[in-house]
Design a protein around this ligand. Structure first.
Ligand SMILES: *Cc1c(COP(=O)(O)O)cnc(C)c1O
Length: 416
């Protein structure tokens, strides 16, 4: 190697140029108008400015060398900002149609960050059948942060309006709900929030932006547990909060909170979620096709009393689902006719492809008994009031071959 070659070699490593971006210039402008699949693949995916890497590099570093006193290359400390996390935030904001996003270390740390936007003494409305962790966070926030909350049936819009107080500042919505798959009317809640000067935040975990975009219906913030469909491979815990178009004020406050609360997500986990996002559109289509087939099968089975799936025409809110969602998703629940502990146990033990586990949204199918698992922290009275019986089974339908899944359910339903 000649001396100049050696110098060049060193130059390439220490002072990277910005190659590989030729085809990218202009793509960024096309992205907002591109199809969802194109957005899943190209969102946050500009070639790396160092070497043009096409796959997002993982900047596994806690800190960044300054270029000069008071001058950074854009990032200083990973809790405050990291290039890998910035890519994921850009990708999720694009899919939801927002002005920007923050990515958090878990869904729950994202929920905490959203509630931290609200001042001491303010008040939040939340659905009584919200995610259990959200309920627990609100209990904590009441005691520690002076944030009051009212849990109510949000399908009743008059009740929502009547629960608004002078100090109410936010409506937190979650649709469809877990595990009963009840829907909330997002356009109506968006209109109400605007009229009464409230923020509307929507937990969009069950649908993903492929099937529902709450910002289009008037929400100000969208929340995701990226642990579920956005990552989709059951190997990360994470969250995201997206601020709507024109809500740069909210985004700025979220960014500051994510940094100061220390809720931000690690670069490595961000890279995994970014990788998951690339196939989100394909996975959602496969998940849903399987869920529809299983919902119809269960609906016709004599051992099943009732199936909760918005895709069934007999679901009481099927028309609303058609209006505000682009699909029906892959979460469903059903009630065994015989809801005795022995019958439920027999069913769950007989399953082979469905794994008995908490969580949802991964490529593998999971089964859950809400009364003893995801909703065990609720009192039996509260479960009874909402309609979570002991014979209720929740399924997160994966993307295995539908015939295998159907056969599995059939076998377990008929197990003796
Ligand atoms: C899982 C989940 C959460 C909480 O997210 P984690 O990533 O488990 O912290 C919040 N809301 C919904 C609807 C969820 O399914």
């Amino acid at each position: 190697m000649s001396e100049t070659q050696a110098e060049n070699q060193e130059f390439r490593i220490l002072s990277p140029r910005s190659p590989g971006a030729m085809g990218w210039i202009g793509k960024e402008r096309l992205l907002p108008g591109a199809g969802l699949g194109t957005q899943c693949i190209h969102g946050g995916a500009a070639p790396d400015p160092a070497y043009g890497a096409v796959a997002a590099p993982i900047y596994e570093t806690s800190t960044f060398a300054l270029l000069d006193i008071r001058t950074s290359a854009g990032f200083e400390y990973t809790r405050a900002g990291n290039p890998t996390r910035a890519r994921l935030e850009e990708a999720i904001a694009l899919l939801e149609g927002g002005c920007g996003a923050i990515c958090t270390s878990s869904g729950m740390s994202g929920v905490l960050t959203v509630f931290s936007l609200l001042e001491h003494g303010s008040h939040v409305l939340c659905p009584s059948d919200c995610y259990g962790g959200t309920y627990r966070t609100l209990q904590h926030a009441r005691k520690v942060h002076g944030l009051d909350s009212t849990l109510l049936d949000m399908t009743d819009l008059d009740a929502v309006e009547a629960a608004i107080r002078p100090e109410t500042s936010m409506i937190w919505a979650e649709t469809p709900s877990n595990p009963l798959l009840r829907l909330l009317d997002l356009a109506a809640l968006g209109g109400l929030a605007r009229r009464r000067g409230l923020l509307l935040a929507v937990d969009n975990t069950f649908m993903s932006p492929v099937l529902q975009r709450p910002l289009d219906w008037g929400a100000d913030l969208v929340f995701h547990s990226t642990t579920k469909y956005l990552n989709g491979h059951s190997d990360v815990v994470g969250g995201a909060v997206v601020a709507g178009k024109g809500r740069e004020d909210l985004l700025q406050r979220l960014v500051t909170l994510n940094m100061s609360l220390g809720t931000s997500q690690s670069p490595h986990d961000c890279a995994l979620v970014l990788r998951g996002l690339k196939t989100l559109h394909l996975r959602m289509a496969a998940h849903e096709a399987n869920a529809r087939a299983l919902a119809e099968f269960l609906d016709a089975h004599p051992a099943v009393a009732r199936v909760n799936y918005p895709g069934l025409s007999r679901h009481p809110q099927h028309a609303l689902a058609r209006r505000q969602q682009k699909g029906f998703g892959a979460m469903l629940s059903f009630e065994l006719k015989d809801g005795s502990p022995a019958a439920v146990e027999r069913f769950l033990r007989a399953l082979r492809w469905f794994t008995l586990a908490e969580s949802l949204g991964g490529v593998e199918s999971l089964a859950n008994q809400p009364a003893s698992m995801s909703h065990a922290s609720m009192t039996p009275e509260m479960r009874g009031k909402i309609g979570i019986t002991d014979g209720l089974i929740r399924l997160s339908v994966g993307i295995e071959d539908p015939e295998d899944l159907k056969e599995d359910l059939k076998h377990a339903l008929e197990a003796r």
